[in-house]
Design a protein around this ligand. Structure first.
Ligand code: FES
Length: 107
């Protein structure tokens, strides 16, 4: 089992900026350390599937191919196995490195 993409430091770092891209197409956006991935994508005109935006409904769930994130809440709504498989909740996740994401499922 490989470790998941979550890092233990939840404190946002507003000084950092990271490149986030989707593996299936050419879409990419910049994410600062103090904005969620959903908010950063929206700022770039990229809409990600969302509903609750607080880490409980799992509508936004997508998988990280490479990179690290931290969460703004202590217990995001993911199983330990899902975290190990690279699943994240981008509505509450902050980039902590450049990221490659699987494109979210379209509903
Ligand atoms: S939008 Fe509900 S968990 Fe992300």
């Amino acid at each position: 089992m490989r470790p998941g993409p979550e890092v233990p430091s939840p404190a946002p770092d507003p000084q950092s900026a990271f490149d986030v891209r989707f593996d299936a197409d050419a879409r990419s956006f910049a994410a600062t350390g103090d904005e969620t991935l959903v908010a950063a994508a929206a700022r770039a005109g990229i809409e990600m599937p969302t509903s609750c935006r607080n880490g409980t409904c799992r509508t936004c769930m997508c998988r990280v191919r490479s990179g690290r994130v931290a969460y703004r809440i202590q217990w995001p709504g993911l199983l330990p196995e899902e975290k190990e498989e690279g699943w994240i909740l981008p509505c509450i996740a902050y980039a902590r490195s450049d990221l490659v994401l699987e494109a979210p499922r379209r509903r």
